[in-house]
Design a protein around this ligand. Structure first.
Ligand SMILES: Cc1ncc(COP(=O)(O)O)c(C=O)c1O
Length: 295
């Protein structure tokens, strides 16, 4: 099988020879931003929304991307086309670029733009949507909004990695992270929703979450299905006593939660509202109106 082709700064390289400098500050300091995007049936889901979020993340860390939004959209489409994957995961990365060993970003010449396209199962396992996943509540809190906030999708994921390690050590699939105040924030790489008495509830951006594109789409789907939606703080006790809990993210997709820190969630997995939302998401995710047709 031919190796996937990876876009780096306007050129394509075979996966085994796609390399960047060890002096790139993305590597040395996690100084850069990224996006994860999925392709469903040849349609790049919410491509524009992802690229726009990438530019917002870059702006927040004062990183000037050397391409326009339209050029970035084209680079992603070109990379999907050259690889020919109709169902795939895209990793779009912009690094600060090559500098010296000091922190000073002014020493970095030009940001590097990288697009990787690969075939990828849902990150928490292909079975996860039927069986549900097991979570713990991590002792590592989500970084506060006045620090390396996850509102910015940066290359700096140590905060999440520490929580993931704790989940692995506990034999769980993933971790729920609380914010600096002790309210529910999100999972290590996905947003969280709970269902309480027929109402869908999700933490607000002020809880230090990444404002997920899947999260926004799920809220829109729920409203269309007549399910009331609230964005508000959720306490850990509310989380454990909810009727249904599920995670949303590009990598994870929509995943029901079966257990949190040893407490069984709801009566059946997936619960009725989770099932309805997964069904609707699957029905329309490859509709060209929800993205950009590449193949
Ligand atoms: C920390 C974090 N939260 C939430 C999400 C979900 O965001 P999206 O639905 O845009 O993929 C992600 C990425 O997938 C993430 O890394």
């Amino acid at each position: 099988m031919q190796e996937p082709l990876i876009y780096i700064d306007g050129e394509f390289y075979a996966k085994s020879s796609a390399k960047i400098s060890v002096f790139d500050h993305g590597f040395l300091y996690g100084d850069g931003v990224f996006e994860g995007i999925r392709v469903y049936g040849g349609v790049v889901f919410k491509l524009r929304e992802h690229v726009e979020r990438l530019y917002r993340s870059a702006k927040a860390i004062r990183l000037e991307i050397p391409m326009t939004v339209d050029e970035m959209v084209d680079a992603v489409i070109k990379t999907v086309r050259v690889n020919g994957f109709r169902d795939a995961y895209i990793r779009l990365v912009v690094t600060r670029g090559v500098g010296d060993l000091g922190l000073d970003p002014r020493k970095c010449g030009k940001p590097s733009v990288i697009v990787i396209v690969e075939q990828l199962e849902p990150i928490l396992g292909a079975q996860s949507r039927e069986t549900g996943v097991k979570l713990i509540i991590s002792s590592t809190r989500r970084d506060p909004v006045y620090a390396t906030s996850h509102e910015v999708k940066s290359l700096n994921y140590l905060n999440s990695i520490l929580a993931k390690l704790e989940a692995i050590a506990a034999g769980a699939d993933d971790a729920v992270m609380l914010d600096s105040r002790g309210f529910v924030s999100e999972a290590t790489g996905a947003n969280i929703f709970v269902v309480r008495s027929g109402v869908l509830v999700t933490p607000p951006v002020t809880a230090g979450i990444l404002p997920g594109i899947t999260r926004a789409f799920v809220m829109e789907l729920a409203r269309r299905l007549g399910i009331p939606v609230e964005e508000r703080d959720i306490t850990p006790t509310e989380l454990l006593t909810s009727d249904e809990v599920f995670l949303t993210g590009t990598g994870a997709e929509i995943v029901p939660v079966a257990m949190i820190s040893g407490v069984k969630i709801g009566k059946i997995v997936p619960g009725p509202i989770t099932s309805k939302i997964i069904g609707e998401f699957d029905r329309i995710k490859s509709d060209p109106s929800n993205g950009v047709k590449a193949l």
